[in-house]
Design a protein around this ligand. Structure first.
Ligand code: ADP
Length: 417
């Protein structure tokens, strides 16, 4: 039987015996007071000695009870303060004890004490780990992947489980099993993100590089007329520029994510700031006849890093012109105060963004139309840079778009830094 149960039982037994002894002692004292002892025994000293013995026994039992309660209390305090989930099973794999953390990890509505580990966890690998511990007699460790139902959907959680035999029995077996669960889901999900990122970067780099080397090979090995050579060089230049943009964006993103980018906060006049951000795009705006509206309350100013905010705003204007470009494109920049926040809206009346893509567009390398983005020179990192820039500035970015009716990107940041 697990030692914890023994201790609990000792405490219970001690309390019960103490109650019984008190009753006997009360009865003997009553007999003494009433002078009835002489009728049953003429040895008054014997009765007195018995009474004293009873008293000592009572004191001793009370002490044992207190110790057991204290030990139980310390054990519970340790178990409940642990970040790991802890569970103790008996030889029949029935759960004898588990801490609150384990109950929370597996979202168990109530402590499943008395039920078997298979009934509660329904995981064959967990069962195997426990069996291996009993068979081998040594501690076992394994990684478990468990599907847990959170609200109305299933999520995959990863646990590192260590299983140890408790108190070797006489025939070499164990009295029970101690299991310790460590939630490593976050580590695994970070690893998955890193792998996906490396795969994406390799893919993005490989495409322009293979185009460049293909054209170079043709130019070196074949007789190419000047007209075709010029076309080839133009294509190569476009891809080299994209490669450069990709590397620059990657570098910027990694600096933003590290949070080590120094900020230079200055007072900015909102109207001037919007006009200045639009200047860079003047050739495209004028060339395509884009209608531009800037709507900023008179005298609105705020404190932030102008360079960073302009970078974010430029990415959004660039996207609106890239993806919304059509006759009659209307681009609107509007700023307003909302409490202590400044809200800057960048709207276009382009094709908008499908609802299913909207939750993902701020992820690295996510594009709604891969080819359209690449043709337009996009790296798939623009919105991710906007998101991280706004976080660095203590703000946020969000999108509102009804497909077919344009898109509005909303930058929100504190007016004072
Ligand atoms: P990219 O380098 O491809 O432009 P972004 O991260 O800037 O990458 O944008 C992600 C995707 O979001 C784009 O590929 C595009 O499909 C979509 N998108 C962004 N802005 C707009 C917009 N104003 N209108 C329509 N689609 C947009």
């Amino acid at each position: 039987m697990p030692w914890l149960l023994v201790e609990l039982l000792t405490a219970g037994l001690a309390a019960w015996l103490w109650g019984q002894l008190s009753r006997i002692r009360r009865n003997v004292r009553h007999l003494l007071q009433q002078g009835k002892v002489n009728e049953v025994s003429d040895g008054l000293p014997v009765v007195r000695a018995t009474l004293q013995d009873l008293h000592q026994l009572e004191v001793r039992l009370r002490e044992i009870g207190r110790q057991a309660t204290e030990e139980d209390f310390s054990l519970r305090a340790i178990l409940s303060s642990m970040v790991e989930g802890v569970m103790i099973l008996d030889r029949q794999f029935r759960i004898r004890l588990l801490n609150q953390r384990l109950q929370d990890m597996f979202m168990l509505p109530r402590p499943p004490v008395g039920r078997t580990v298979m009934e509660v966890f329904r995981n064959h690998f967990l069962y195997q780990v426990i069996e291996r511990t009993l068979q081998s007699g040594s501690a076992q460790s394994a990684e478990l992947q468990i599907e847990l139902r959170e609200a109305d959907r299933f999520t995959t959680r990863h646990f590192q489980v260590t299983s140890v035999g408790l108190r070797p029995g006489q025939e070499g077996g164990f009295d029970g099993i101690l299991l310790v669960f460590h939630d490593i889901s976050q580590i695994r999900s970070l690893e998955a993100v890193r792998k996906e990122f490396v795969a994406n970067v390799s893919h993005e780099l490989r495409t322009p590089l293979s185009i460049l080397s293909g054209y170079l090979e043709t130019l070196l090995e074949a007789e190419v007329d000047p007209e075709t050579t010029r076309r080839f060089l133009e294509t190569m230049y476009r891809h080299a520029k994209r490669l450069n943009a990709l590397l620059e964006n990657l570098l910027l993103l990694s600096q933003l994510e590290s949070g080590r980018l120094p900020l230079h906060v200055t007072r900015i006049a909102a109207g001037e700031f919007c006009e200045r951000a639009l200047e860079r795009f003047e050739p495209v705006i004028a060339g395509a006849g884009v209608a531009v509206t800037v709507s900023v309350p008179e005298g609105l100013s705020f404190d932030t890093d102008a360079l960073r905010l302009e970078q974010a705003l430029s990415n959004l204007i660039d996207n609106a012109l890239k993806y919304g470009l059509k006759p009659g494109l209307h681009l609107c920049l509007a700023a307003e105060l909302d409490g202590s926040d400044v809200v800057l809206r960048i709207s276009d009346n382009g094709p908008g963004i499908p609802l299913r893509d909207q939750p993902h567009i701020f992820e690295r390398f996510y594009r709604v139309h891969k080819d359209r983005s690449r043709d337009a020179g996009g790296t798939g990192l623009g919105l991710s840079i906007v998101k991280h820039t706004m976080q660095l500035l203590g703000g946020s970015v969000s999108v509102e778009s009804s497909p077919g009716q344009g898109a509005t990107f909303i930058l929100r940041f504190p007016r004072g830094f």
